[in-house]
Design a protein around this ligand. Structure first.
Ligand code: EPU
Length: 419
């Protein structure tokens, strides 16, 4: 298992390009099960979660089965269930695991598939205690009018994909607004699906019955990763003398940009200029800069993303005053703050959803383990501004979501080594 050795205190400078979006690419790969042959997808990030998803998709194509060992480790494996069920009339799958950020239930998925006519059965536990679920729809699925009890990004994507191969019309209400939902619909529509309203609260899908989509719409390019982009912007505010972030999807990051402005970060956005299709963001950190404390509350899109909450907490350690962080989406997503405190941060955990970060504080190097994708990168960011040499272990977690992050950070001046 890899570890990063990081010497803190170096000012970063240069240009960095945002890679393709993990959470846009994962559902597209799962959706390839709805096609007669592999659709062409470009700009897929080379990261561990994508490698696992490709293995899973290949496994389903070869054996009509979802591999339990891989699927139980990544939450996004739930995205395969709908397409597998719609295509083969059955799906057996482990309760998806993944990040240690909360309970991650699948109740809304199950209600949705049942509303489409699937029969659900709990199939017991594996020898290692993983719950196994099974669904069957031997006579195919039917369109339905379904309202999400709780907003769910992969829930919306999963049911939208399933509905493409159901008979008749499906209406999904209280659907997630995240841009990845609209991207998935665009991709499917490009290849013959009929989906309208994706990216709004009501999505309508005209099902095709069991007729597979024909991969003929040409290559689909995955957009830049809004979470990676936002994280790099926060890193720039923390540690860059001057940083230019290319492929910066600013329109998808309005809540973060508003917060950065309130903290006192100065940035400039250059609009796209074809053949460059995305803006870039330039940041300059004034000497001995200290930000202003700002309160944040994570929210569904277009609110402040939960996936940027941990990077923001590192920024808050460098701001003057008390910043309240309210994590409203997941209940286990503040645990990494104890590690920041070990580095010298002054964070009070009020309850599983709320914390107060008192700043500014000088951070000190420590040996720590990456708990999950996003908190892992936040610890790396803290190490980059800390005094001394840190070791951040369990880097597989970070490699799940960020392509060759060590090489790319080194290219802008970070002192970071993989051992
Ligand atoms: N929820 C339920 N029942 C369900 C499903 C979800 O109660 O059946 C609850 C969850 O417990 C949570 C809330 O609904 O409290 C929102 O969860 P959601 O289902 O929207 O999350 P997700 O689809 O599993 C995606 C991203 C996450 C991101 C969240 C929130 C992918 C592959 N994952 O997860 O990304 O944090 O939306 O925006 O798109 C990451 O990339 O590191 C990551 C965790």
């Amino acid at each position: 298992m890899a570890t990063f050795l990081i010497k803190g205190g170096r000012l970063l400078e240069g240009e960095i390009e945002v890679r393709g979006s993990k959470n846009a690419a994962l559902p597209l790969l799962a959706a390839s099960l709805l096609f007669d042959k592999n659709p062409e997808i470009k700009n897929v990030p080379q990261i561990e979660d994508i490698f696992r998803m490709k293995e899973l998709v290949l496994g389903v194509k070869e054996s009509e089965k979802i591999d339990t060992e891989i699927a139980k480790k990544i939450r996004a494996s739930i995205l395969l269930v709908g397409p597998t069920l719609a295509r083969f009339g059955r799906a057996v799958f482990p309760h998806p695991g993944g990040c240690v950020i909360g309970a991650r239930p699948i109740d809304v998925f199950l209600s949705g598939w049942q509303a489409m006519g699937a029969e659900y059965a709990y199939s017991g536990k594996t020898a290692h205690g993983t719950d196994i679920h099974s669904l069957k729809a031997p006579n195919g699925l039917s369109g339905c009018d379904f309202t999400f009890r709780a907003l769910s990004v992969t829930g919306t994507e999963g049911l939208m994909m399933t509905a493409v191969l159901a008979k008749g019309k499906t209406i999904l209400r209280n659907a997630a607004l995240e841009p990845e939902v609209a991207r998935l619909a665009e991709f499917l529509n490009k290849n013959g699906a009929k989906i309208s309203g994706a990216g709004t609260t009501t999505v309508i899908i005209e099902g095709r019955g069991v007729e597979l989509l024909r991969a003929g719409g040409g290559a689909f390019c995955i957009p830049p990763d809004r979470i990676e982009a936002g994280t790099l912007a926060i890193l720039g505010a923390l540690a860059a003398k001057k940083l230019v972030i290319r492929n910066f999807p600013g329109e998808e990051l309005v809540a973060l940009l508003a917060v950065l402005k309130d903290v006192g970060v100065e940035y400039e956005i250059t609009p796209p200029n074809p053949p460059v299709f995305f803006p870039s963001l330039a940041l300059e950190r004034p000497r001995s800069w200290i930000g202003r404390a700002v309160n944040i509350k994570t929210k569904e899109y277009p609110g402040f993303p939960t996936d940027l909450q941990a990077p923001f907490a590192v920024l808050a350690t460098q701001a003057s005053g008390a910043s309240m962080i309210h994590e409203t989406i997941f209940e286990g997503r503040l645990n990494y703050m104890e590690d920041l405190n070990k580095m010298g941060a002054r964070i009070i955990l009020c309850d599983p959803h709320r914390a107060i970060v008192n700043g500014p504080t000088v951070l000190h190097a420590r040996t720590l383990e990456s708990p999950d994708i996003r908190a892992g990168l936040a610890l790396i960011m803290a190490a980059l501004i800390a005094e001394g040499e840190s070791q951040i272990g369990n880097i597989y977690q970070v490699d799940r979501g960020y392509e060759k992050i060590d090489e790319r950070l080194r290219a802008i001046g970070a002192d970071i080594k993989r051992i």
